[in-house]
Design a protein around this ligand. Sequence first.
Ligand code: HEC
Length: 132
Amino acid sequence: MRYMLLAALLSIAAGAAGAQDADRGADAFADHCAVCHGETAMGDGPMVPVLTVAPSDLTSLAAGNDGVFPTARVVRRIDGREEVMAHGGPMPLFGDILGGASGVIDAPDGSPVFTTEEIVDITAWLQAIQVE
Ligand code: HEC
């Protein structure tokens, strides 16, 4: 009985490890995205002077969408299903976050959006830093 309980607890812990993790997302964002979007995602990264299109302020995505964080659009623009030229077009700049384990994040309306775990984490962090 005790072992069954332990096994159940371990599987819950394993499930939690696979869930979205905004802290991990912040680290991944710093590694892959901050060079353009800036450390705080406000669109003021060090590469801005050499970009012809200004990187989006990623803290106002909800504000620009009637207060609702556009989860599916954000995921698709990160994983390349919706093309952003500055993200490398058909040859994504950040291929390594597109590999790895699959992940799923719920949009505000409850619908699941499938992508990779790392993009789930980044999206969770972006959602957490939205301003009014
Ligand atoms: C080479 C610079 C660069 C890098 C690196 C970069 N971006 Fe972008 N990103 C841009 C630019 C420029 C735009 C605006 C493009 C446009 O408006 O056509 C953009 C747009 C976006 C959008 C669309 C916002 C919207 O309104 O829907 C999202 C989301 C985004 N980036 C997230 C990320 C994430 C997450 C990363 C890291 C994994 C990242 N970007 C890395 C330059 C970059």
